[in-house]
Write a protein that binds this ligand. Structure first.
Ligand code: TRP
Length: 328
């Protein structure tokens, strides 16, 4: 059973491809450590239903869910300390989403910036799910009576809409939900290796992926943009130092900074140190993930068990909601 702790955290994990070290440092690492806080009850789910709002391939979707699961487990998520499951296996999410669809004003949904961006991007296939996406997200959070929601800045507006849904419901049918707050993850900007003016994203050689082999890591770092002279600071060089702050020892950081001051820094040495450290840091991760991916049945079982736990809580909330609105 799930104990009642002081604070309920709900987080949806995008069901999208491989993660890079910017994702790791900015989000995954915190996710993995949050459940160790005994005052928090954590519900983490893979937002596979939200993935249907943009073009997808069934086989890829299925593999992605298993890959995300293996990634989180390999990164150290303790499934005995949190509830971890795929959104689509807890039907209560969609039922509550429908109720919120009937409660939220169309205008509120239409003014969401993500919706406005997406309908420009996917001109040929503007499905209704793109519009009602935040109603499902509100349901994801409120079905567990969530209080805090760790998200990046692009999702803040959606959490505000979840507050609107909670407020409207409470006003009309009696106090049921908390108005959830965003729990901002530390704004960490790891930049692209090949174009340090923009944030690291998942394409080409600009990103170090968690799954990259030591050879890949080394190859990509070798190509990373630096500066024309050893002492010079540039966005590329500072980005490498930012990585060193996360993956280097105090000594290494101080040592390379000194060399930079003296204008004797060799970028190739900085890159080599980084490549060794980053490869070493993720060695266990790579190994564990490989083992997990070789056991898809085990991964499916983990997800199924998580969904069963989630349903006990979601079912109670839905019962209360249905009674309050006159469906039961
Ligand atoms: N929309 C979120 C994203 O793109 C994922 C998500 C779905 C989510 N439901 C959620 C996040 C509920 C927090 C709470 O990242």
């Amino acid at each position: 059973m799930i104990e009642n702790k002081q604070e309920t955290i709900v987080a949806g994990i995008r069901a999208s491809g491989k993660l890079h070290i910017g994702n790791y440092l900015g989000a995954l690492k915190d996710f993995v450590s949050l459940p160790n806080d005994k005052t928090k009850t954590c519900f983490f789910f893979i937002a596979d239903l939200h993935a249907l709002t943009t073009p997808f391939e069934p086989k890829v979707l299925k593999d992605t869910v298993l890959d995300v699961t293996a990634t989180y487990l390999a990164a150290g998520l303790d499934i005995n300390k949190c509830v971890f499951f795929p959104q689509s296996q807890v039907l209560e999410h969609t039922e509550l989403a429908w109720i919120f669809n009937c409660l939220l004003p169309l205008g509120e949904l239409e003014r969401m910036t993500q919706y406005k961006d997406k309908i420009l991007q996917h001109k040929e296939s503007i499905n209704a799910g793109l519009l009602t996406y935040p109603a499902l997200m509100a349901a994801d959070i409120l079905i567990y009576k969530g209080q805090s929601v760790p998200v990046g800045d692009d999702q803040v507006q959606h959490v505000e809409l979840a507050r609107v849904a909670a407020r409207k419901f409470n006003n009309r049918f009696g106090k049921t939900f908390f108005e959830p707050k965003t729990y901002m993850q530390k704004p960490l900007r790891i930049m692209s290796l090949s174009d340090p003016a923009k944030k690291m994203s998942k394409t080409g050689d600009e990103a170090l992926l968690l799954d990259d082999s030591p050879e890949e890591i080394s190859r990509k770092l070798k190509k990373a943009v630096t500066a024309s002279e050893p002492g010079k600071k540039s966005a590329g060089v500072e980005n490498l130092f930012l990585l060193l702050e996360h993956f280097g020892t105090e000594q290494e950081i101080a040592g390379f900074r000194d060399l930079q001051k003296n204008e004797t820094l060799k970028f190739s040495e900085l890159k080599e140190t980084l490549a060794n450290n980053i490869s070493g840091y993720f060695a266990e991760f790579r190994e564990k993930k490989k083992e997990l991916l070789a056991k898809p049945d085990f991964l499916a079982e983990v997800l199924g068990d998580g969904a069963a736990k989630a349903r006990t809580v979601a079912g109670e909330t839905l019962l209360e909601v249905k009674q309050k609105i006159g469906l039961l």
